[in-house]
Ligand binder design. Structure first.
Ligand SMILES: NC(=O)c1ccc[n+]([C@@H]2O[C@H](COP(=O)([O-])OP(=O)(O)OC[C@H]3O[C@@H](n4cnc5c(N)ncnc54)[C@H](OP(=O)(O)O)[C@@H]3O)[C@@H](O)[C@H]2O)c1
Length: 295
């Protein structure tokens, strides 16, 4: 009886999420190849994974390539060179970087034309949830490909959900989720500033918003009294890159982008105030002054 060789997996991009994916794959006993633009982030993988110097070598050494970088522009910069595209042909590519539904569709069509087996993934999870029984990853692409990779993908997160063959679906679902989350935080930043100005207490406010879960509001209230917001997940800079795409996704869908623009501007303002490496709740610093946004 022949045993099937387990695939070698390349992880390109070793930020918060890429490093968590690579760690989870190594824990599962996979032969892993890692690459990051700035080499320092691949150093912790010394002795645990192969560390080729170039993207091309990483692709050539692997069967499945997982990409987890800032956005699709960064991903295209790495993958859409003649050499790397040629090396990807006949291999499997799983895209974990965030992008608009339109970019996911373009990537799907590029993969089809280039002979690359392609899945697009959105991650409804933070790095601490990767490799645990928590969080959800949503995938789009060919059903047969998703099923054939289930042994590889299932241990990466609590739930691996297949969303169909419409390339942009998971990305659109993720914008709905994160747009709601950041939109609620932006409105709360505004109303908390108003409440501060008018002397309204949080304790009086909370019972008036039963549609916001007590668990969610507990985190929010704690964040409003913090003066710094250490990040163990996505930084405000990553959220700003996501918000850029949220604005574009709205425009591409013919939706009024103004709400997305306000969310993005609130994130950008907090970053200009020096909170770029901090957690999403640092968005409240954009509303610190009751008098107005300011700088
Ligand atoms: N963190 C989360 O909780 C979370 C959750 C869901 C989805 N995501 C998504 O996952 C993706 C990665 O997020 P992250 O939190 O891991 O970000 P991160 O910690 O800021 O890491 C960003 C990664 O992108 C790389 N990169 C940026 N521009 C590049 C370029 N032009 N060429 C090559 N590499 C480039 C960086 O390389 P350098 O080290 O060289 O800068 C780094 O490896 C993003 O699309 C994000 O929206 C994140």
């Amino acid at each position: 009886m022949t045993t099937m060789k387990r695939p070698t997996i390349a992880v390109l991009g070793l930020g918060w999420m890429g490093a968590a994916l690579a760690d989870a794959l190594i824990r599962e006993g996979h032969d892993v190849v890692v690459w990051n633009r700035s080499a320092a982030k691949s150093e912790p993988f010394e002795g645990r994974a192969r560390r080729p110097a170039t993207v091309l070598d990483a692709v050539r050494q692997s069967d499945v390539v997982m990409v987890c970088v800032r956005d699709y522009d960064a991903s295209d910069e790495m993958l859409h060179t003649p050499d790397v595209s040629a090396a990807l042909a006949g291999r499997t590519l799983v895209q974990f970087s965030s992008g608009t539904p339109q970019r996911a569709r373009e990537a799907g069509h590029w993969a089809q034309e280039s002979g690359v087996d392609y899945l697009d993934c959105t991650m409804s999870a933070g790095p601490q949830q990767v490799g645990t029984d928590q969080g959800t990853f949503h995938y789009t692409g060919p059903r047969g490909l998703f099923d054939s990779l289930s042994e590889l993908l299932t241990p990466l997160v609590g739930t691996s959900e297949y969303c169909g063959e419409e390339w942009g679906y998971a990305a659109a679902l993720d914008f709905a989720r994160l747009g709601t989350f950041t939109g609620v935080l932006t409105v709360l930043g505004t109303v908390f500033a108003l409440m501060r100005s008018e002397g309204v207490s949080i304790d009086d406010f909370l019972p008036t918003v039963p549609f916001l879960s007590p668990e969610f509001m507990k985190g929010v209230v704690a964040a409003t009294t913090a003066d710094h917001y250490p990040s163990g997940t996505a930084t405000l800079t990553t959220w700003e890159a996501w918000a850029d795409q949220f604005v574009v996704a709205g425009r591409e869908a013919g939706v009024d982008p103004r709400v997305a623009e306000v969310i993005r501007e609130s994130l950008s303002r907090s970053i200009r105030q020096g909170h770029g490496a901090e957690d999403i709740y640092a968005i409240f610093s954009a509303f610190a002054s009751a008098a107005g946004p300011g700088e």
